[in-house]
Design a binder for this molecule. Structure first.
Ligand SMILES: Nc1ncnc2c1ncn2[C@@H]1O[C@H](COP(=O)(O)OP(=O)(O)OP(=O)(O)O)[C@@H](O)[C@H]1O
Ligand SMILES: [Mg+2]
Length: 211
């Protein structure tokens, strides 16, 4: 049985099923050439998010998950700074304009879906936007639909130059020299009725060039 937080339900909501087995409402893959563009993508996605939404972030260490959340936080106008929740599992960033709060969680240290039951937040997820780094396969059952963002960080090699060029971006070594920026490939997939209904909006946000 899931613990309940003072303000409502915990991250361990066991009621209802997630949409993880469903057919995605929309999916798109885009090349993101640097950290600034990753923040811009987050900022734009924030414009679509509303209370009760769940965003599941996947990608290896240093892929750019927190960088994307920084953009989400900026777009949602929440109190920052958004940083990796290293010593806490989740942090609540209150809205500065009366919108939903941003709950930023990191499931890296949680071994299994069951352990998510231990996570108890002083936040009502129905009134917040919840974003979980390393949340894939762990938290999808928290909401009837969710947005999954997978960030791939390609290994250096000639293949990247080609792949990036195909997406109209230069090879990592050729762009924004000295900033440490490297291309990432981001796949955004919306599941459930929530994203069925917003598929058109999501598609148009993802189609906008990141510059
Ligand atoms: N295209 C890019 N998109 C995002 N970040 C990038 C990009 N290119 C370079 N970076 C850099 O990569 C790093 C990404 O770090 P970040 O903390 O966002 O990753 P993370 O996926 O949250 O890592 P962790 O798994 O440790 O939580 C930052 O230093 C950022 O500046
Ligand atoms: Mg992180």
């Amino acid at each position: 049985m899931a613990e309940r937080s003072a303000a409502g339900r915990s991250l361990a909501a066991a009621d209802g099923h997630g949409a993880e087995d469903g057919v995605p409402a929309v999916t798109a893959r885009l090349a993101v050439p640097g950290a600034a563009q990753m923040r811009l993508l987050g900022n734009r996605l924030a414009g679509l998010l509303r209370a009760g939404d769940l965003v599941v972030l996947a990608g290896s260490l240093g892929a750019g998950k927190t960088t994307l959340v920084q953009g989400l936080g900026e777009g949602m106008a929440v109190r920052g700074p958004v940083t990796s929740p290293t010593f806490v599992i989740a942090r609540v960033h209150p809205s500065l304009r009366g919108g939903p709060d941003l709950v930023h969680a990191d499931a890296y240290r949680l071994g299994s879906r069951l352990e998510v039951d231990d996570l108890d937040l002083d936040a009502d997820l129905d009134h917040s936007v919840t974003v979980v780094e390393w949340g894939e396969g762990m938290v999808e059952n928290l909401a009837p639909g969710y947005l999954r963002v997978t960030i791939d960080r390609p290994a250096p090699g000639p293949g990247i130059a080609q792949a990036a060029a195909g997406d109209q971006w230069n090879a990592p070594g050729d762009q924004q020299k000295g900033t440490g920026d490297q291309v990432r490939f981001v796949t955004v997939t919306g599941y459930g009725n929530r994203w069925d209904a917003a598929a058109g909006q999501l598609r148009s946000v993802l189609a906008e060039p990141l510059r």
